[in-house]
Design a protein around this ligand. Sequence first.
Ligand code: ADP
Ligand code: MG
Ligand code: MG
Length: 209
Amino acid sequence: MSMNKAQLISWLSRLNEVYTDKKEYLTELDAAIGDADHGINMNRGFSKVMEKLPTVESKDIGTILKTVGMTLMSSIGGASGPLYGTFWMKGGMIMGGKEELNSEDFAKVIEAGVDGILQRGRPNLGDKTMYDFWAPVLELIKERAGNGDDVLTIVEAALPVGEKALADTIPLQARKGRASYLGERSIGHQDPGATSSFYMLETLKEVLS
Ligand code: ADP
Ligand code: MG
Ligand code: MG
């Protein structure tokens, strides 16, 4: 099974609902180690994506992904705006003309997106950022795509890996972003950006199922 355009649109619409529901929770996580705006940021970003979506819905997947990235980039601000903006845009740049994504395409989109996060934020593994979520998830996705699994099977397999990666951010000391200003006091809290990234994967599984 591939991922078609209707599923991509459902993913984005559902994400908008999820970030509305999780606005307070993500903001609480960010209040503990940041500036208490991550939920507000994600909610604002995806509301804007929903406003923009009708203008590109009939276009190819690459255009839709690029539009999501540009919209997040210009509406979120802070650290996560450029990071998520690049994440979605990079995938879009290599999927021009596509009406659906097979597992190989899907793995390439995630890989390009994670590369974008690396280029923008220069995070290292263990710095307590969204990259700590994406690194093991990407590895699993590439491995499963190489085996020829379909997109839903890949996402189902990636979810427990992501769940563990997310929990594993709790004992880490932040070394990038605002949370790093807290030094050792950042230990014992789940990273907000890794959490919002986890919702992307969880929501995708829901939409494809
Ligand atoms: P800000 O910190 O500017 O208020 P947000 O609160 O929206 O931005 O996002 C914070 C999240 O961004 C963090 O939880 C972390 O996951 C991620 N982040 C911050 N800096 C970096 C970085 N250099 N590389 C990767 N991710 C980062
Ligand atoms: Mg913040
Ligand atoms: Mg901020």
